[in-house]
Design a binder for this molecule. Structure first.
Ligand code: PNS
Length: 171
């Protein structure tokens, strides 16, 4: 293998909460890299539904079956500094729609500008393209059925946090 090979990548996000789309991207990243560090970050632009500890716990449970994955709190600093600290040579992100391209591309270019850190984009699974943490929360909050959009262990905590029962009614 080349000396330039990148062995460790980072999958960053706020994961509020983790969805099956996130799990798909981490699983596919783990097939490409020896180790995937899933970095739970705080996005100041978003008010989080779950605490940092809760997001970490839900992620760890959801990713437990995937080899070579570590879930860590990344703190509030720059992603490039975190990647340097953990020795990761690439960021891996899933790309769903054109909206994702518009959101992700400036961050990828900025990270490369700051430290040379490259971003690898994985095309989103078309069957999961509509799934995002924010849409899942919006649908669930209005009584919609989000079964299968989040890992099994996330559904009950999500409904409880949003104050809705399994049948969509507010208690
Ligand atoms: O899941 P999200 O909320 O879309 O994740 C966005 C996140 C946390 C990955 C992004 O905001 C980020 O990288 N934050 C770390 C701070 C940073 O490095 N900002 C400059 C990005 S170019």
């Amino acid at each position: 293998m080349s000396d330039l090979a990148v062995h460790r990548c980072v999958c960053p996000g706020s994961f509020d909460p983790v969805t099956v789309g996130h799990v798909d991207v981490v699983r596919r990243a783990s097939a490409l890299f020896d180790e995937v560090v899933v970095a739970v970050m705080t996005n100041p632009a978003k008010q989080s539904t779950f605490s940092l500890e809760e997001r970490l716990d839900l992620l760890r449970a959801a990713l437990a079956g995937i080899d070579g994955v570590r879930v860590v709190e990344a703190g509030g600093g720059l992603l490039v500094d975190f990647c340097t600290r953990v020795g990761a040579g690439a960021v891996v992100k899933g790309l769903r729609s054109g909206t994702d391209v518009a959101y992700e591309m400036p961050m990828a270019l900025m990270n490369r500008h700051l430290s040379g850190l490259e971003t690898v984009f994985l095309p989103g699974d078309p069957t999961l393209e509509h799934i995002s943490s924010s849409l899942v929360k919006e649908v669930a909050a209005h009584g919609g059925d989000v079964t299968g959009m989040v890992p099994d262990g996330v559904l009950a905590p999500l409904l409880a946090r949003l104050g809705v029962t399994g049948d969509g009614a507010t208690p």
